[in-house]
Design a binder for this molecule. Structure first.
Ligand SMILES: [Zn+2]
Length: 244
């Protein structure tokens, strides 16, 4: 299957939490390469400092409603990253997943149709149980794989784009990660990180640097040329729903 406009594969990137620092550090790189971004935002944190104790991003300012609208005008997307970033379970799923959607729509004035599981994949099963009835069209996880054209939209995989990965291997950054696989299989790569900054990541297992982000986009454009569709996840989900 060809993707939209005959493209052969797809590249997206998502930033969990939606830190305001993206405006300074990542947005210029997006503009240079023509890659639209996407932020996964905790509903209660819009326009406020991050308040999830223990998070590497604690205290960092989160994008405001106006900033999110400005990004949306440049083609950026938004998804819901739960109400409070708590681990999702059967007891809190209605609040953290379903009520969080309306809360984020109200806080931002933007439509929300994708849920992004906070923390790790442990909360995925509980989120899955309530998401469709709650009005979501897709769920993003951190299962690390490409998404084939027949992907289950309620289990989208993302590729961590980090400086280093946890032990025992401590795998190092690779600007080509999964790109040749996506090219060969006609797949969709959704990169995942948080808030790249110059020289040193906020946390090596959660982020890359701006230099690594720049090399990643350069590699996507160099390998993909006219064959790659640079799109934010809401656009790709809408496209897949339109052709199914
Ligand atoms: Zn998160």
């Amino acid at each position: 299957m060809a993707w939209k406009d005959g493209k052969q594969w797809v590249y997206s990137i998502t930033y969990d939490e939606g830190c305001q620092a993206l405006l300074e550090h990542s947005l210029p790189i997006h503009r240079r390469y023509g890659v639209p971004g996407h932020v996964c935002v905790v509903s209660r944190e819009v326009g406020r400092p991050r308040c999830t104790p223990g998070s590497s991003y604690e205290g960092m300012m989160i994008l405001s409603r106006d900033e999110l609208h400005a990004l949306a005008a440049e083609g950026w997307g938004l998804s819901c990253h739960s109400m409070t970033h708590a681990a999702i379970n059967d007891e809190n799923a209605q609040y953290e997943v379903v009520e969080a959607k309306g809360a984020l729509e109200e806080a931002t004035g933007l439509p929300v149709s994708v849920f992004c599981v906070p923390g790790n994949n442990d909360g995925y099963p509980a989120a899955l149980k309530v998401a469709a009835a709650g009005g979501y069209e897709a769920i993003m996880t951190i299962y690390d794989d490409i998404n084939r054209p027949d992907v289950d939209l309620m289990r989208l995989c993302r590729v961590p784009l980090h400086t280093e990965y946890p032990g025992p291997f401590f795998s190092a950054y690779d600007r080509f990660k999964r790109l040749h696989q996506a090219m060969e299989e006609g797949g969709w790569v959704i990169d995942y990180c948080h808030s790249p900054r110059p020289e040193r990541p906020v946390h090596p297992w959660k982020d890359c640097t701006t230099e690594q982000l720049d090399r990643r986009f350069g590699t996507v454009c160099e390998l993909g040329g006219d064959d790659v569709w640079l799109a934010e996840p809401n656009e790709v989900v809408a496209y897949l729903l339109s052709v199914r």
